[in-house]
Ligand binder design. Structure first.
Ligand code: DN4
Length: 246
């Protein structure tokens, strides 16, 4: 576990410029850290509830401008590389709470007031652990606050680019508010070098299309969305699929 990182590195009030406004300087960092810890410290690591994170959500509330939200599933690295260069788009991890928890594991213990530095339960073994509950609540909030067009980057190199069991497929897509979000736009990205396929017409993407349409939003889908493809091509400039004229 990287409890040390959770404790100090990310709450030093310094952060990369791509974080969505308002930035950390306008926030009370020690208070955010305390509130974060209070959600799970001195509690059983398999017994965390959404309510435990309510005070933190309240304190670190952030909204992303309309049309600027990027969801992703099984495409974390590319999504983050993309928002780093396309600074007008934000993933959850470009917001304060997502940034704080990104790549970290944390938990407490009912018999101690300290961070548990030994071991934390994996989410498959106990779903109500502090990390899973954290991602579920902040993913829900992130989706609820989206407006206009919501983008999602999916991994077309998998047989199921959309999974109803993923956080995107089980939490985020159901918490988009159709009164605010009129369109869900999927970008299905394939690995460079893979024989091209039209994933937008696959069974899996169709399943997503059905969910979105049933919820009264328009669904659009694009294979290998070119701006993101160009980011992939930075590592493979010589590949034939990257060699077309800019
Ligand atoms: P995914 O690519 O299947 O999963 C992304 C990461 O989240 C992986 O490391 C997963 O662990 C982990 N994860 C997924 N579900 C849970 C859970 N219930 N408890 C703890 N960890 C979990 O994509 P996804 O669709 O499940 O999640 C991505 C979407 O949800 C994005 O749009 C984000 O806004 C949000 N989200 C972000 C993160 C993150 O940055 C985590 C969860 C949700 P494993 O399956 O590899 O073990 O880490």
């Amino acid at each position: 576990m990287s409890s040390e990182s959770l404790t100090f590195h990310r709450l030093g009030c310094h952060h990369p410029s791509q974080l969505v406004l308002p930035d950390l300087r306008s926030k009370d960092c020690p208070k955010i850290l305390d509130t974060f810890k209070n959600a799970f410290i001195a509690k059983n690591a398999c017994d965390i509830t959404k309510e435990d994170y309510e005070p933190l959500l309240h304190l670190a509330d952030q909204t992303v401008p309309c049309n600027k939200t990027l969801f992703w599933s099984k495409s974390k690295e590319l999504a983050h590389q993309f928002t780093r260069v396309q600074s007008g788009l934000f993933t959850l991890e470009d917001t304060l709470l997502g940034y704080l928890g990104d790549d970290l594991t944390w938990c407490g213990d009912a018999r101690s007031a300290e961070l548990n530095h030994q071991s934390c339960p994996h989410w498959h073994e106990c779903p109500s652990n502090p990390v899973s509950v954290f991602w579920n609540v902040i993913s829900q909030k992130f989706a609820e606050s989206a407006c206009g067009v919501a983008q999602v980057m999916l991994n077309g190199s998998l047989s199921e680019p959309f999974s109803k069991y993923s956080t995107f497929g089980s939490v985020e897509v159901y918490n988009l508010d159709p009164r605010k979000v009129h369109t869900v736009q999927a970008w299905v990205m394939h690995d460079v070098g893979e024989t091209s396929s039209n994933s937008c017409s696959s069974v899996s993407i169709n399943e997503l299309k059905l969910i979105v349409s049933k919820r009264n939003m328009t669904f659009t889908c694009q294979n290998n969305y070119r701006p993101a493809r160009l980011v992939q091509c930075v590592k493979h400039p010589e590949h034939s699929s990257c060699a077309s004229n800019i």
